[in-house]
Design a protein around this ligand. Structure first.
Ligand code: ADE
Ligand code: ZN
Length: 338
């Protein structure tokens, strides 16, 4: 099964590029940019990655992002992630970036997006990995600040497929961002939002009804509300679930308590994603393996998770057909492996 999982073509829909900053690269960038870190060794940094909840993680995550200064830093960060994608057989990825984490430190919006975008373009050319870019608003900041960020993005709209909403869910519900999401939709962008990660099921309803989202990021708290679960199954509203993240941030006590396969069996469009892999103990293959070891999915369930991600992605029907054909070929060759 492990070989099957390693070879399985994968599609990632929930990845914060700043959350893929491995301590090795963090130290390298800190040195070249003359920035001091609160850790003296890589091991000390890794040891500090123990979290009680989302906020305790976010404090460390924003601190790590301080080393990202130049266009080259954003390029190197994204390129390192794409090499991990290649190793994990990720064939398409839709990644988040948090411009406000950087513009608040005086880094130009253009520096951030140019570095990320050039790496994505090189990834398509040299690694054959297709990609899309999603710009997230930090929900602990004001809607006015989100509107300013949307204005900064205007010259780059051809590089951005959607806006998202991340950071501290509790105390910052979807309603706070209704105006900026309405504006983004009018500009031709799609919308997604983190909802029902730590926060209540009502945030999932509000993300759908007030922000018109095409996907819910996380969404695992939907089980609080059986009417919502039935609605998600019927509408096939995708949930971008992040199993290792949920364990590290104590959303579930252990992987054997995770509800991803129950939701899959109930007909929801659930997908597996890595969220912030440098902090949570692994990339796409690691997430699939962790689910496999605790919950023992069948091969057809594992393939269905990629099938769902293709359905939930922002690619054209033609591109989706190409990815589904790759998955069909994989199933024909490996569906019956011993
Ligand atoms: N930013 C980075 N990772 C996040 C997560 N899991 N939830 C909310 N905001 C985030
Ligand atoms: Zn996330």
């Amino acid at each position: 099964m492990e070989v099957f999982i390693r070879r399985l073509p994968k599609v990632e829909l929930h990845l914060h590029i700043e959350g893929s900053l491995e301590p090795e690269l963090m130290f390298e960038m800190a040195e070249r940019n003359g920035i001091s870190l609160p850790y003296s060794t890589i091991e000390e940094a890794r040891n500090a990655y123990q979290f009680e909840d989302l906020q305790s993680f976010l404090n460390i995550y924003y601190q790590g992002a301080n080393v990202l200064v130049t266009e080259r830093d954003f390029f190197d960060l994204t390129w390192a992630y794409l090499l991990r994608c290649k190793a994990d057989n990720v064939i398409h990825t839709e990644i988040f970036f948090d411009p406000q984490t950087h513009t608040a430190r005086g880094i130009a919006f253009d520096t951030v997006i140019n570095g990320i975008f050039h790496a994505l373009r090189q990834g398509e050319k040299e690694l054959g990995i297709t990609s899309k870019l999603i710009m997230c608003f930090l929900r602990h900041l004001s809607e006015e600040e989100a509107l300013e960020t949307l204005a900064q993005a205007e010259p780059h709209l051809n590089r951005i497929v959607a806006v998202g909403l991340d950071s501290s869910e509790i105390g910052h519900p979807p309603a706070k961002f209704q105006r900026v999401f309405t504006k983004a939709l009018a500009m031709g962008l799609k919308t997604v939002a983190h909802a029902g990660e730590e926060g209540p099921a009502s945030n999932i309803w509000d993300a759908m009804n007030l922000l018109n989202v095409s996907r819910i990021d996380h969404g695992v708290q939907c089980t609080e509300d059986p009417v919502l679960v039935a609605d998600l199954a019927k509408s096939r509203m995708p949930l971008t679930v992040c199993p290792l993240s949920n364990i590290k941030l104590r959303v579930f006590d252990s992987m054997s308590d995770h509800n991803i396969l129950t939701l899959l069996d109930q007909g929801l469009c659930v997908t597996i994603n890595s969220d912030d892999p440098a902090f949570f103990g692994g990339y796409m293959t690691d997430n699939f393996l962790a689910v496999n070891n605790a919950l023992h999915p069948s091969r057809s369930q594992l393939v269905q998770l990629t099938r769902n991600a293709i359905e939930a992605s922002f690619i054209s029907d033609e591109e989706a057909n190409t990815l589904n054909a790759a998955l069909d070929e994989f199933w024909a060759n490996h569906g019956n492996d011993a």
